[in-house]
Design a protein around this ligand. Structure first.
Ligand code: COA
Length: 708
């Protein structure tokens, strides 16, 4: 395996070759070359075409071999069946990055053909972007090596998109929305270079102030997660993920060959990383535009200035939705706005300057808000009225934005007819953060606050290991060895109990009986009441088989239960091998939770916490995180489930032992992380008792990965 070239050669190439450059205007190979030349690329350009000659006034080479220069980036735009041969030539020549526009690889099932390309390149130190992409746009060297529009605004928003066609459309849309791009790259099938590597570059790229990602499916989430965490500590990352519905996931699979994964897992892990999740492309672009141009608010106090009560109420609702805090010091508000509000208006927040307000009144109120250090952000709204003059509106808002926009975040939204709509689109082109809808305006301010909170999040100590949590790893490895020797992919209940004990997670005391006398002896040792469960690897659903008996209070009940379990299980599956019956302590009631850890196919090791018991599937009140994580994040995970108040104690109940739940989450995650044989751990229910009284696991289901 040769050394990998620096990612900067992808974003700042000094020389570009277009394999498949064509003089036929309808060809993609023509459009790419036209955009490179027309876009003013600062480096050297080499068209490659078997016919040679001149293309777009550039000498075309018959092959990359003929070029007497180092090639940093090759753009491949020839049919799939010829691609491997062309790739070989490029890799042999030492081309550093190859952006393969060509479709027809893993997304249509040609996985082997795609892998062949990647393997050949990897051995020679060539990196592959794509295939199935639109190319690369990067403002650092004025390179538009895509077949999208030629004319792109340069600026501070970077876009990484898995879908190429959407990427092209976004190039056009950003122009219309007056958004400047620092880079737009598509990653397509992600055969080699993935979004995590592209993100690495953008984190440190000074011209990028906000990053938008369109994702269909995550391939190596365990690599993406740490990069996202690092990125959001520096600049906002807005993600839009498709394939969240069942049918959408199927569509994503056939588009870029992506497995969409669970949307709940994706959503929670993005929040863990501090990523802002948008629901539509339009929303994501609007947010990025605002985030890239706004300064961070110095505090949480927002003020709404409006000439219409209705709009003020809408904005108040929106503030709650987007977690924007309205300033509520009535004395200060009165002092600040008394001069701009008529008697029948209101200086409370929303500050209602009333329908008769002129633009002078707006200017006065805005200046009053800007002048106060304890007002940290402004939401300025307006309904079209007879006193509103579009020309003045343009001038006033533009002037205010120029004067204060860099220091005090503000958003504007005005509502009305053609005059207002024209003014809005005009102000947008001037870079004023104005929106057609109140919710859009408040949403933008809301994500600015969200980003600010991420920037100031206290770092979590995620260096937890199974050992540091007191888990006896060698003992667990010993258990797993025996399960493997028995050719099973699941642990029997006494093995799960032994594993829980090695992890320091309490389970009810238990013993295995092989006849009813042994059962009685065990019950007496443990103490009544007891529960009994069949032990058989042939019976997975013990209750269905009649293999479980609860609440047994004396010798007679234990004897009867033993006979009944044996009878029921034989009847349920006559050839089942029954190893005995487990007798266990019957535990006292508490709050039932569920804790799990599993290898997610997108993100690798993940943990889950939620309200447990038999209604887990129905309630779906669970939260997920990628592992590793620390105590703070585990606590955040617990506190975000809807049933959290139950753990805090309702109606005079005591707070539950949340610290112990945090421990249990970290332990199951750390076990899964360090013992590579395990694929799933699920403890359900884990009964939480009052603070200090701990918790007890009633059932633990542990699965192993199939052996390679
Ligand atoms: N080296 C250099 N040039 C070569 C070549 C090679 N090994 N083999 C062929 N060419 C030339 C061809 O002669 C042709 O030039 P010409 O127009 O002067 O004859 C040019 O490369 C293009 O080849 P052509 O066979 O005409 O292909 P095409 O342009 O019709 O299609 C793709 C090529 C890549 C565009 C097409 O296969 C494809 O994959 N399209 C989908 C692209 C896409 O949508 N990507 C994903 C975005 S979401």
């Amino acid at each position: 395996m040769a050394e990998k070239p620096d990612i900067k050669f992808m974003f700042e190439p000094r020389s570009v070759a277009v394999i498949g450059a064509s003089s036929k205007q309808e060809k993609i190979g023509y459009k790419v070359l036209r955009n490179i030349v027309g876009g003013g690329f600062q480096g050297r350009i080499y068209p490659i075409n078997p016919g040679g000659g001149m293309i777009l006034d550039k000498v075309a080479f018959k092959s990359v071999d003929e070029i007497d220069d180092e090639i940093d980036l090759g753009i491949v735009s020839i049919p799939a069946k010829y691609t491997f041969d062309a790739v070989k030539e490029c890799a042999d020549k030492g081309v550093k990055y190859l952006a393969i526009i060509t479709s027809g690889f893993s997304e249509v099932g040609k996985i082997k053909e795609e892998q062949e390309i990647v393997d050949y390149c990897a051995e020679r130190g060539t990196r592959v972007i794509g295939p199935n992409i639109i190319g690369v746009y990067t403002s650092a060297v004025s390179l538009n090596a895509t077949f999208g529009p030629r004319d792109v605004n340069t600026g501070n928003v970077a876009i990484i998109t898995q879908s190429g066609a959407l990427g092209i459309a976004m190039m056009g849309k950003t122009k219309v929305m007056n958004i400047g791009l620092s880079a737009l790259v598509s990653c397509g099938n992600k055969a080699d270079v993935d979004e995590a590597e592209m993100l690495e570059y953008l984190i440190d790229d000074d011209s990028t102030r906000a990053i938008m990602m369109y994702i269909e499916g995550v391939k190596n989430g365990d690599r993406l997660v740490p990069v996202l965490k690092r990125a959001t500590r520096k600049k906002p990352v807005v993600v839009i993920k498709s394939g969240s519905s069942k049918r959408g996931a199927v569509a994503a699979a056939s588009h870029t060959g992506s497995l969409a994964g669970s949307d709940a897992v994706f959503s929670d892990i993005m929040a863990q990383c501090g990523v802002i999740r948008a629901e539509s492309i339009d929303e994501a672009l609007r947010w990025c535009k605002y985030l890239a141009s706004s300064s961070e608010p110095c505090g949480k106090n927002a003020v709404i200035i409006t000439n219409g009560g209705g709009m003020g109420v809408l904005a108040t609702d929106a503030c709650e939705k987007y977690n924007v805090q309205l300033y509520d010091d009535l004395d200060v508000l009165k002092k600040a706005f008394a001069m701009s509000v008529p008697e029948f208006g209101s200086t409370k927040n929303p500050v209602d300057i009333t329908g008769q307000a002129t633009l002078d009144d707006y200017e006065n109120a805005l200046e009053a808000a800007a002048a106060r250090d304890d007002i940290h952000s402004i939401i300025c709204l307006g309904c079209e009225t007879a006193t509103m003059d579009a020309e003045r509106l343009l001038v006033s808002l533009d002037k205010f934005n120029r004067k204060h926009g860099k220091v005090k975040p503000a958003v504007f939204s005005f509502f009305g007819g053609a005059m207002i709509e024209n003014a809005i689109s005009n102000l947008m082109t001037r870079g004023v953060p104005i929106f057609y809808d109140v919710y859009e305006a408040v949403g933008a301010l809301g994500v600015l606050y969200e980003f600010s909170r991420t920037l100031h999040r206290e770092p979590d100590d995620d260096n937890v290991t199974a050992e540091s949590l007191g888990v006896d790893v060698p003992a667990i490895e010993e258990i797993i060895k025996k399960v493997r020797a028995d050719n099973r992919l699941f642990l029997l209940s006494y093995e799960s109990a032994a594993l829980m004990s090695a992890a320091g997670i309490r389970m009810p005391q238990n013993a295995i009986a092989h006849n009813s006398e042994e059962a009685v002896r065990a019950a007496e040792q443990i103490g009544y009441p007891v529960v009994m469960k069949v032990v058989s690897k042939d019976i997975i659903h013990k209750s269905d088989a009649g293999g479980v008996a609860l609440d047994l209070l004396n010798t007679k009940e234990v004897e009867d239960a033993y006979d009944a379990i044996m009878y029921n299980c034989k009847k349920y599956k006559s050839d089942a091998l029954i190893e005995g019956v487990e007798i266990a302590e019957q535990v006292k009631p508490g709050t039932e939770t569920i804790i799990g850890a599993r290898i997610d196919h997108s993100f690798g090791p993940t943990v889950m916490f939620g309200l447990g018991g038999i209604y887990v599937e129905v309630m779906k009140d669970v939260a997920f995180r990628a592992f590793p994580l620390g105590r703070k994040e585990a606590l955040a995970m617990i506190s975000e489930i809807k049933s959290y108040p139950l753990l805090l104690g309702v109606r005079g109940e005591k707070r539950k032992d949340i610290n112990l739940l945090v421990d249990a989450i970290l332990k199951v995650g750390a076990i899964l992380y360090s013992i590579k044989d395990i694929s799933d751990i699920e403890i359900n229910p884990l009964i939480a008792y009052d603070e200090g009284d701990g918790a007890i696991a009633l059932d633990a289901r542990i699965l192993l990965k199939p052996q390679q």
